[in-house]
Ligand binder design. Structure first.
Ligand SMILES: [Zn+2]
Length: 111
């Protein structure tokens, strides 16, 4: 089964790109200890640029993270909550969530 190396999702045979993030799917996730990481959603950010910034900051503090970018679909847009575009979900390992939240908070305070 193909996997998305970014989203860690498994997809049906026949796809070669992830429908979510357009990453090239791999046959298998690398057999590393990181497979056992439980990823939890840290935050949903309004822009992928902001997400990259958070990711970079987390990395500097030794926390892994990954970003899943979603393009807003029609149903979401219909709610009229924000402007068209994409938003980004940022995930961190469950064990690092607390510290990541504090880092995220300190970033938001600066802004
Ligand atoms: Zn993906």
């Amino acid at each position: 089964m193909p996997f998305c190396p970014k989203c860690k999702y498994e997809f049906v045979e026949g796809l070669d790109r992830c429908p979510d993030c357009d990453a090239k799917l791999v046959d298998k996730l690398p057999e590393k200890h990181e497979v056992s990481i439980k990823w939890v959603l840290l935050s949903i950010l309004s822009s992928p640029i902001m997400a990259e910034m958070v990711k970079e900051t987390l990395k500097n503090r030794g926390i892994q993270s990954f970003i899943k970018t979603d393009v807003l679909n029609a149903a979401f847009l219909a709610k009229g909550t924000s402007t068209a575009g994409s938003f980004a979900k940022i995930f961190v390992p469950e064990e690092d969530k607390k510290s990541a939240e504090e880092i995220l908070k300190s970033i938001s305070d600066i802004k």
